[in-house]
Design a protein around this ligand. Structure first.
Ligand SMILES: Cc1cc2nc3c(=O)[nH]c(=O)nc-3n(C[C@H](O)[C@H](O)[C@H](O)COP(=O)(O)OP(=O)(O)OC[C@H]3O[C@@H](n4cnc5c(N)ncnc54)[C@H](O)[C@@H]3O)c2cc1C
Length: 380
């Protein structure tokens, strides 16, 4: 076990005591899981990837996926908030933002939640191609962006915002900016009422003539795409995969519990006595464990990069997201009308699992990228 083995145990403990018990209520109400995020912050887990010098845990991708899976098994919305925060933190870490160390130390102390604001109304799931464009005016950088979905919109203290660079003409000539909540022109532009992930406030967000200092750049001007691909993509792909795996794990645990407890009284047996149900449970578990193994391998590969790392990074989210769809569908069938009529949490897992495949890069886009990579073609 790594030095952060106790971080995984802490996450499991908080998931069991705080996050899990509140999940169904937040799902139903579609409201923000504030006490769950607070508990992660109090335990230092929001500073998972912040250096020890700044008060963080200095953990790497393997601990990250283990912790995200634990949180997701309790509440997928909370886990997605955590994943976006960790990705945003990675961008802040590699930047030369003047207040970087203060922000990171606040993150480590659980006082600062951040997130990614990439997807735009105009370019939809093609997050790598923002259509908004920053303007330079009198020493300020002026942001005008319509972001389509931003996890934690209105709750995060800062936003990692992408936009096309002032001098950018190509679709990937973007820049990343640090934008604090409350910056003039910032607004949450609508409610969030998702099918699943209902508690993660993934609302649209607008920046209208928001003036920021050039020092707010988190990437070289025009170098945002490089940071998205080399810094954000690996952590995002791993994190969303871990969330999908956690949802699948929770669904199969609930299904197994139901099979062991629901009785066919006329036969004096439980549903677990039915071989077809056991086989369906088994096939779902085999698929889930294959996905978890690929996720662990992808995390290891990101930690020790080689020629296969980019392929693993692209594959992992396609595999985990699609597996979660299959596993939660099987869990619904295993639990029959009891799941359909919402007597069990399985239908929440089914709804939550649908997010991964449509979050960018979507599974469809990933299959295209993977195909290009296998054929030696340029990805963009
Ligand atoms: C719960 C949730 C949280 C989110 N949080 C954030 C966040 O914090 N920050 C952020 O920036 N974004 C976030 N997003 C946005 C997300 O990453 C996607 O951008 C968004 O879901 C895309 O939806 P869309 O309707 O624009 O998809 P569209 O782009 O319209 O896609 C429609 C369909 O076309 C397919 N498609 C599109 N392009 C291709 C292609 N090249 N090849 C093959 N098929 C293709 C897609 O797979 C999809 O099936 C979030 C989304 C959700 C659902």
């Amino acid at each position: 076990m790594s030095t952060n083995g106790n971080a995984i145990a802490k996450a499991r403990d908080i998931a069991g005591r705080v996050i899990g018990p509140a999940a169904a209520e937040h799902d139903q109400a579609g409201d923000w899981p504030g006490s769950s995020i607070q508990a992660l912050g109090d335990a230092g887990l929001l500073g998972l990837n912040v250096s020890k010098e700044l008060g963080g845990l200095d953990a790497g991708p393997s601990e990250f996926v283990a912790i995200a899976e634990e949180i997701a098994a309790a509440c997928a919305s909370t886990a997605m908030i955590f994943v976006m925060h960790i990705c945003g933190t990675e961008v802040i870490k590699q930047s030369s933002l003047p207040e970087r160390d203060k922000v990171l130390s606040d993150i480590a102390n659980g006082k600062h939640l951040t997130t990614l604001a990439f997807s735009e109304r105009g370019s939809r799931s093609h997050f790598w191609a923002p259509v908004s464009q920053v303007a330079e005016d009198n020493g300020s950088h002026v942001l005008n962006c319509e972001k389509s979905y931003v996890t934690s919109a209105g709750h995060a203290k800062s936003y990692v915002v992408s936009t096309r660079a002032a001098a950018g003409s190509g679709i990937t000539e973007s820049s990343l900016y640090y934008v604090e909540a409350g910056t003039p022109g910032f607004s949450v532009a609508g409610p969030w009422n998702g099918l699943g992930m209902r508690a993660n406030a993934s609302s649209p967000m607008k920046l209208e003539n928001s003036r920021v200092s050039p020092d707010s750049l988190l990437s070289p001007s025009g170098g945002g795409f490089g940071v998205m691909m080399s810094v954000v993509l690996p952590w995002f792909q791993l994190g969303t995969s871990a969330v999908a795996n956690g949802i699948g794990r929770a669904a199969l645990e609930a299904a197994a519990g139901h099979l062991n407890s629901a009785r066919l009284e006329h036969l004096d047996v439980t549903l677990a006595s039915q071989p077809e149900l056991r086989a369906r449970l088994a096939s779902a578990r085999v698929a889930l464990d294959a996905s978890r193994a690929l996720t662990a391998e992808a995390a290891r590969s990101v930690e020790n990069p080689d020629d296969s790392t980019m392929l693993r990074v692209l594959e992992v989210k396609a595999c985990a997201s699609e597996t979660a769809l299959d596993v939660t569908d099987k869990a619904m069938r295993l639990c029959g009308g009891a799941a359909f009529s919402r007597q069990l949490p399985v239908e929440r897992y089914l709804r939550d699992a649908r997010a991964g495949s449509v979050m960018a890069p979507t599974t469809d886009a990933l299959y295209d990228f993977i195909g290009k990579a296998l054929l030696g073609l340029p990805l963009f």
